[in-house]
Write a protein that binds this ligand. Structure first.
Ligand code: NAG
Ligand code: NAG
Ligand code: NAG
Length: 236
């Protein structure tokens, strides 16, 4: 009997410790804070499709040379974050006027777009929505993401600083973040996989929705040395 309890507790402990290292790419992980508005700033996360798709199995006809929106994530300076907050659940009808743009700029590369919007909203959007704040409902949340995207065209920012997507050329990862900083006035954080730039996240003030310098963000300092921004598919 005691042995059984110890076994169950050990298994539980292992499961918990494995879960605690999950990144939020997995829409099922989260924290215990479920209070909307209880966070310090937003992480606005964009992914470079060709790098993402060299690590994950993507839907072929969705691949193109671009950054697209992954999400707008409430985050804390202490690197915890609220998730799966209380409030109304996702309603596709609320954002029907945005669908055309979402289907270009905020796409899932691995599943139906509306499933992606549902999971991003459920996990992160619900924690952003606060009456009287710049994001007071689901529609505001998706508008905010689309607006930040058009205001911060990473591809053109990099090109302005002579950094081009290429299968041959590589760039110092510091020069990529400096380029973004000098174009937009905020230090970003980045992720790389196998020396390919896969994600750039901008930090966004929660009250003004304008860019700010990123603090240190867990899981977002995985680029170092020379990295590439592939210009063609490296499909799995
Ligand atoms: C989780 O991360 C911590 C610190 O980064 C590490 O010490 C621990 O071994 C990791 N646990 C698992 C299960 O990977
Ligand atoms: C982290 O910061 C948030 C927001 O400022 C706060 O609500 C939360 O309690 C903090 N968590 C820890 C573990 O310190
Ligand atoms: C971003 O800039 C690139 C390069 O100038 C351009 O091809 C692309 O259409 C722009 N994207 C948006 C959403 O404006």
């Amino acid at each position: 009997m005691n042995k059984l309890i110890i076994l169950i507790l050990s298994v539980l402990l292992i499961v918990l410790s494995v879960n605690s290292n999950e990144t939020r790419w997995d829409s099922s992980s989260g924290s215990s804070d479920t209070t909307p508005g209880d966070f310090d700033y937003y992480l606005f996360v964009q992914q470079w499709i060709y790098s993402y798709c060299s690590e994950s199995k993507c839907i072929e006809n969705k691949e193109r040379e671009a950054f697209t929106i992954h999400g707008l994530w409430p985050n804390d300076r202490n690197n915890s974050y609220p998730a799966f907050c209380t409030g109304p659940s996702f309603d596709l009808g609320e954002i029907s006027d945005l669908e055309d743009q979402l289907n270009v700029d905020w796409i899932s590369l691995t599943e139906d777009n509306d499933l992606f919007w549902t999971s991003e909203y459920k996990k992160h959007g619900t924690c952003a929505v606060v009456a009287g704040s710049p994001i007071s409902n689901e529609h505001d949340y998706f508008v905010a993401g689309l607006k930040l995207y058009t205001q911060h065209n990473l591809t053109s920012a990099l090109i302005s600083e002579n950094i081009y997507p290429s299968d041959q050329d590589t760039y110092e990862s510091d020069s990529i973040s400096s380029a973004i900083n000098s174009q937009f006035g905020g230090q970003p954080v980045m992720q790389c996989d196998n020396n390919k730039l896969s994600t750039i996240a901008l930090c966004i003030d929660k009250k003004t929705l304008s860019i700010m310098d990123c603090p240190e963000v867990d899981g977002f300092d995985t680029c170092s040395g020379k990295v590439s921004i592939p210009s063609s598919s490296n499909r799995l």
